[in-house]
Design a protein around this ligand. Structure first.
Ligand code: IVH
Length: 685
């Protein structure tokens, strides 16, 4: 078309409007879909402000596809109903590789193919969100709906338009009418941030990303939805009407269809794969399951879809699900169960931790029957009562936790939990610290629970490493009053041990031999094993290195201790208090009298040895090293003057990355901290 000789004001504005719309949508896609913004937020806001100002001055420019419509529209009284042109189906579920084989076998029958013919499937994550249908007419987003009962859903067009990764207009090759289906979900990072905002505003946190996504999508005020971090992946096509012939050759496989939708600008899950047969499906399931925790969103299984669309049509549907697809579920990460009891555990330092005893439930791949409730305020926050039905969650290797109480299921007689005011073991008063959150038994060594924990700590692998002295044996020894503290371990003899339940001659000899072997110890392990409050492994090592002799620590002053790199006033005071105590000194004397000896640590002090090569540098070790244990690596570094800590910060000098390193390695890269692998590390040493 020829340009008119004089550009009118209105066409100038409409041209600018079109330019701005294209540019803003480009930035939406870069930011929300590719995580690769091209401009700063401020510059983006300026473009949006210009667009909105233009639309305010020239309302005729405002179309339903304008990016300004993503901020929300009028507040609705209720959602209108939408009848789906094609029903929105669900999926058949499978739970094992056998179920996948059976699905594949039946499908071969249904499409009349010999079983030797290996089918191609598309494997996709089963996203844990809500299904939506989105209709584009002539490439414009005109309607979006929930699944509802599969036949009729709710019109949530305004809300879906606020999802910025979803285009409001499609590319040129869009068919006249295209209805796509996908899953709206809330990425984990956005979920965490939303919950933080909810809590900051004294509102209830959402139980999980799925509920948060559902709540966000069903807001009658779409301006609210616009503030929620929702995202969507498209995984299927409902209506595909190409009467105008815009598409060219229609895709013949599900995967080609997804690629075509991606070409139109629709967001497709990036880890979708074409796989071969049952083996390919199961392999994808295992791989994805293993890296499930690293995905930025929640998935609850894998969906396998027969790739060839003509064979999909041949297979057809049963009841409400297609025969050509299977959802292979991961073990549930959330299950409900009942709180049978609430108990408390007394730790080594007297901290009293409440524990929920549950009716055992299989969740996240393990059976869970005990869950820590952390502290008094956590019980109050969740208002957990004995008899309650609760949602238990175990994701990946994270310890199981109770996410919420199903309040509707609460028995009438359930009363609020009363935190004990005296220690359940020794009846000493419970002291509440830290704004009443942390409960502590005031019994000290009078409390059998604290003594048991102290002995277990002394014997543990990182301390004196007494092989075979398990928790149950320590409990029995203390309960039978055969030992009172760690020093008494060295007075045990065969006659006493053999009388314990489960002990015979051989096991008795073995235990006594390991106790005997532990008499030769490293000083740092001995100090760590004493369980001095505030003294962890690193501090214990520093004390050993600096003082060289246990007796020297007895008389150390807080000021001297504070000169050590990791020791502040609180730790220093704790060390002074511990070693200054008559009772502790007496116990230490009994230990040494019983024959416990430690290696006298030879240290090159900084003054004598001059500057050590790694002095002033902080190292973090992460992942497994093949040539040495992590604690040996730590020692090597410390010998060279480096400080070794557990967490990466911008002050870290170097992170040594072994096999299967996780978040620390990532954090190092994010912070621009130097990262070296095992080879470089050994070369450096
Ligand atoms: S395909 C006809 N693919 O799972 C096939 N569904 O249990 C219809 N879902 O309502 C669904 N991820 O909300 C499909 N990659 C995926 C999916 C997926 C999640 C949900 C969807 C559906 C439910 C069925």
């Amino acid at each position: 078309m020829q340009k008119p000789p004089h550009t009118t004001a209105s066409s100038k504005y409409s041209q600018r409007h079109a330019e701005l719309s294209v540019e803003i949508e480009l930035h939406n896609s870069r930011y929300y879909r590719h995580d690769a913004p091209l401009i700063a937020d401020y510059d983006y806001d300026q473009l949006m402000l210009e667009l909105m100002a233009l639309e305010a001055a020239h309302p005729e420019l405002l179309t339903p596809e304008s990016p300004s419509q993503r901020v929300g529209g009028a507040v609705l009284e209720q959602f209108d109903q939408v009848v789906h042109e094609m029903p929105m189906l669900s999926l058949s579920n499978g739970f094992s590789s056998d179920d996948v084989s059976e699905f594949d076998r039946r499908l071969h029958e249904q499409v009349d193919q010999p079983i030797e013919h290996v089918f191609e499937y598309v494997a996709e994550p089963k996203l844990d969100g809500l299904a939506v249908s989105v209709l584009y007419e002539n490439g414009k987003l005109v309607q979006a709906a929930t699944r509802g009962d599969g036949k009729t859903g709710e019109n949530i067009t305004q809300n879906v338009k606020t999802i910025k990764s979803l285009p409001l207009s499609l590319g040129k090759r869009a068919p006249a009418r295209l209805e796509v289906r996908g899953e709206v979900f809330m990425p984990l990072a956005g979920f965490a941030a939303l919950n933080q905002r909810q809590l900051d505003a004294d509102k209830k946190a959402y139980v999980n990303p799925r509920n948060a996504a559902a709540g966000s999508l069903r807001q009658l005020d779409s301006a609210m939805t616009a503030q929620r971090p929702l995202d969507v992946f498209i995984y299927a096509v409902g209506v595909f009407d190409d009467t105008e012939g815009a598409v060219g050759v229609k895709p013949e496989t599900h995967h080609a269809m997804l690629m075509y939708l991606a070409e139109l600008g629709l967001p497709i899950c990036p880890i979708v794969e074409v796989v071969s047969g049952v083996d390919g499906c199961v392999d994808y399931y295992q791989r994805t399951g293993a890296s499930r925790d690293q995905l930025p969103y929640e998935i609850d299984g894998i969906v396998y879809k027969l790739n060839r669309l003509d064979w999909q049509r041949a297979a057809g549907f049963i009841a409400k699900a297609p025969r050509w697809a299977l959802a292979h579920k991961f073990p549930a990460q959330e299950r409900t169960t009942i709180v049978a009891d609430i108990d408390t555990q007394v730790g080594r330092t007297g901290a009293i931790t409440p524990v929920a005893r549950l009716e055992p439930v299989f969740v996240g791949g393990v059976t869970v029957s005990n869950v820590t409730l952390h502290n008094k305020s956590e019980i109050e926050r969740l208002d957990i009562r004995v008899g309650d039905t609760v949602i238990v969650r175990r994701a990946g290797d994270v310890i199981p936790q109770i996410v919420s109480v199903v309040s509707e299921a609460r028995p009438a007689n359930a009363h609020p939990y009363e935190f004990p005011l005296v220690c359940p073991i020794c009846a000493s008063d419970v002291l509440f610290e830290g704004a009443g959150i942390i409960a502590r038994c005031s019994g000290g060594f009078r409390c059998a629970a604290q003594r048991k924990q102290a002995i277990k700590h002394f014997a543990s692998r990182k301390a004196m490493d007494i092989d075979g002295l398990g928790d149950k044996i320590v409990d029995a020894l203390v309960d039978e009053k055969l030992i009172h503290d760690a020093a008494d371990l060295y007075t045990l003899n065969a006659e006493t041990v053999i009388n314990l339940e489960g002990f015979a001659e051989k096991s008795t000899d073995k235990l006594l031999a390991s106790i005997g072997a532990s008499k030769k110890a490293e000083l740092s392990r001995l100090i760590f094993g004493l369980g001095v409050p505030q003294v962890g492994e690193t501090t214990a090592e520093q004390l050993a290195e600096h003082f060289g002799y246990l007796e020297k620590i007895y008389t150390a002053k807080a000021e001297e201790l504070e000169r050590l790199p990791d020791i502040g006033p609180i730790v220093a005071q704790s060390v002074v208090d511990y070693f200054g105590s008559q009772a502790n000194q007496e116990m230490l004397k009994r230990l040494l009298d019983a024959g416990v000896e430690y290696d006298k640590v030879v240290t090159i002090s900084r003054e004598e040895g001059g500057e050590l090569p790694l002095a002033g540098q902080t190292f973090v070790l992460t992942g497994a090293l093949s040539s040495m244990s992590r604690s040996d690596a730590k020692k090597e570094l410390q010998k060279l003057g480096a400080k070794v800590t557990g967490s990466v910060s911008k002050n870290t000098s170097c992170v040594v990355v072994g096999a299967d390193a996780g978040s620390k390695a990532r954090k190092a890269v994010e912070l621009g901290v130097k990262v070296i692998d095992e080879d470089e590390f050994t070369a450096m040493l």
